[in-house]
Design a protein around this ligand. Structure first.
Ligand code: NDP
Length: 452
């Protein structure tokens, strides 16, 4: 029946989810096309996870230079950063990844179509004035940064532009209290920029364990980020010297750069959805069922454009579920509980499972194990960093419900803890596990005393 259509599957968007779906479908012998108008690899590879982490590494060197003195090293002169070198080396690495994505798609047998795709009915997609027909269309167009409109908002930039700045600012204002705001505040601060973090609420990272968010907030402030909580920007004016940021309380601040990290919206504008029955949530994200089917039989959507969990590995897993649903035996599933996540702020944060607040709401009796200590690097290094770890345990079943960490290597450590939570490990399993010494991670298996 394939001959009725040009393609079995037409994927719109070559990001993490789209490319995984395309490659897997092609590997099963399906005729697949992937249309991409911008860059291969989507947000994660180009203006997200990957370049962000490279910038995080760059921003950590000053603290390491400082710590090295306690280990006997002499750094001859005050180290300086050449922003252009960092930016351009990062871009070269991203271009290398773009070409790997190109080869992955090519080698899978899927056709890569360079251009903006518009849906023109349930089985038709137009790219570069050519109409392709497809049995199934997959919308994997991701998200796009959202900046609210207010006087002078046109002077604010989003995370997209942060990766390509001509020069590094002397003073920067970062707005928002979520992942991107705290990550970029840490990067800018570490690179030597006077950094102001402006958040409208009382505490950052409000979706996470409260005690952990407070530790992050304290840690960021201790590293030099200027915190402006319960604060919002009323206007931005251009001045001879740069930008003048006026706050709600009528105070103002001069800056060279204002970054708005105030969330991301589903990328559906101009996609031709009006020619379909596809429905959207109030926030613009596409509505799908458990198999990622939209309200239009032949159209599916996954990843950031459905806004369930905006994380690369989630989009990839969603793609595997979809391909199995479309062409396999429908046994592959995705479990949205216990998804580990890391925020690459400084100090770093990673978590899996329930926060203490969620556990208290869901379980009648919980135990909390807490550990706060100085990392070994700092004993000679002399820095002020600390590590905080927390286990949240259901007293009745002894199951570990949540595992949280603020401090160095948190992401690397919590990934392993996530396997334990997935396997429904109990506190007794943690206690029976031999630690790796000396490491920070061993603290997770040696916490014997309940904190509350
Ligand atoms: P988030 O949703 O995490 O945070 C948005 C922040 O902006 C919130 O603090 C919100 O405040 C604030 N905000 C929203 N609207 C306004 C407004 N009009 N004025 C002032 N403040 C506002 O979005 P991000 O942009 O930080 O990141 C998007 C998503 O990308 C994340 O949720 C995450 O899923 C993903 N991501 C993952 C990363 C990782 O895995 N390490 C890294 C970066 C992004 P309030 O809380 O009050 O609503």
């Amino acid at each position: 029946m394939t001959e009725l259509f040009d393609y079995d599957l037409f994927v719109i968007g070559a990001g993490s989810g789209g490319v995984r779906a395309a490659r897997m479908a092609a590997a099963l012998g399906k005729k697949v096309a992937v249309a991409e108008e911008r860059y291969l690899g989507g947000t994660c590879v180009n203006v997200g996870c990957v370049p962000k982490k490279l910038f995080v590494y760059a921003s950590q060197f000053p603290e390491l230079f400082h710590a090295s003195a306690g280990f006997g090293w002499t750094i001859p002169q005050s180290p300086t950063l050449d922003w252009a070198t960092l930016r351009d080396n990062k871009t070269a690495e991203i271009e290398r990844l773009n070409s790997i994505y190109h080869d992955l798609i090519d080698n899978s047998g899927a056709d890569l179509i360079d251009g903006r795709a518009t849906i023109d009915g349930p089985h038709r997609v137009m790219v570069n004035n050519h109409t392709y027909t497809a049995r199934t269309i997959l919308i994997a167009t991701g998200g796009w940064p959202y900046i609210p409109e207010f006087p002078g908002s046109e002077h604010a930039i989003s995370s997209n532009e942060m990766f390509y700045l001509d020069t590094l600012p002397k003073t920067a204002v970062v707005v928002g209290g979520g992942y991107i705001a705290v990550e970029f505040a840490g990067i800018l601060n570490g690179l030597g920029v006077e950094t102001h973090l402006v958040y409208r609420g009382p505490s950052l990272l409000k979706a996470f364990d409260r005690e952990m968010s407070e530790k992050i907030q304290e840690g960021m402030a201790a590293k030099g980020v200027n915190m402006h909580l319960n604060s919002d920007i009323k206007a931005i004016n251009e001045t001879d010297a740069g930008l003048s940021v006026r706050f709600n309380d009528q105070t103002s601040l001069d800056a060279d750069l204002v970054l708005y990290a105030t969330g991301r919206k589903a990328n559906t504008a101009g996609l031709g959805l009006e020619t379909t029955k596809v429905r959207m949530h109030d926030n613009g994200a596409i509505q799908v069922d458990r198999n990622f089917a939209t309200a239009d039989d032949s159209i599916y959507a996954l990843g950031d454009v459905i806004d369930r969990v905006q994380l690369t590995p989630v989009a990839i897993q969603e793609a595997m579920v979809l391909v199995d649903h479309l062409y396999g035996d429908g046994q592959v599933t995705i479990d949205y509980s216990n998804i580990p996540t890391a925020v690459f702020c400084q100090p770093e944060f990673a978590t899996v499972g329930l926060t203490e607040e969620q556990a208290r709401a869901e379980y009648s009796d919980i135990a909390v194990y807490l550990s706060d200590f100085k990392p070994m690097l700092q004993t000679l290094g002399g820095g002020a960093d600390r590590i905080t770890m927390k286990l949240v345990v259901d007293t009745e079943s002894d199951r570990v419900l949540g595992c949280h960490m603020v401090g160095e290597h948190a992401a690397e450590i919590i990934q392993g803890m996530a396997i334990a939570l997935k396997a429904e490990a109990t506190k007794a399993h943690f206690d029976a596990t031999v630690g790796i010494h000396p490491s920070a991670a061993e603290e997770f298996v040696t916490m014997r005393n309940k904190s509350r």
